[in-house]
Design a protein. Structure first.
Length: 108
């Protein structure tokens, strides 16, 4: 509604971007983990939160990616998500266009 829509229930563009970004980034994490010979199993995940923001100049997007890597230590996990960010097509497409926050979630 804030952007002039009807406010009816349904999927919005930010949700679609979040789903696609999360799926793509998750694939990137798997590729990097395999290259690093780190077993991340099948329970890894990425949850993307896309926020539609406004400022004086107009509207912009922010993305937060919560990356879950069970059984991986923090140092290795940080390397995996950093390198995944470098190869993910969605990360490349949004580079210097939106702020992307990468969060690593690991088992303690």
């Amino acid at each position: 509604e804030s952007m002039g829509g009807s406010g009816e229930k349904g999927t919005n563009p930010e949700q679609l971007l979040g789903c696609a970004y999360a799926a793509c980034f998750g694939s990137g994490m798997k590729v990097i983990a395999d290259k690093m010979r780190v077993d991340i199993g099948d329970d890894y995940s990425v949850t993307a939160y896309i926020e539609f923001c406004k400022d004086e100049e107009g509207a912009y997007l922010e993305a937060t990616l919560d990356c879950y890597l069970p059984g991986v230590d923090i140092k290795t996990g940080e390397k995996i998500i950093s390198k995944a960010h470098g190869i993910c097509p969605f990360s490349k497409a949004t580079s210097d266009n939106i702020t992307v926050n990468l969060n690593l979630l690991v088992d303690e």
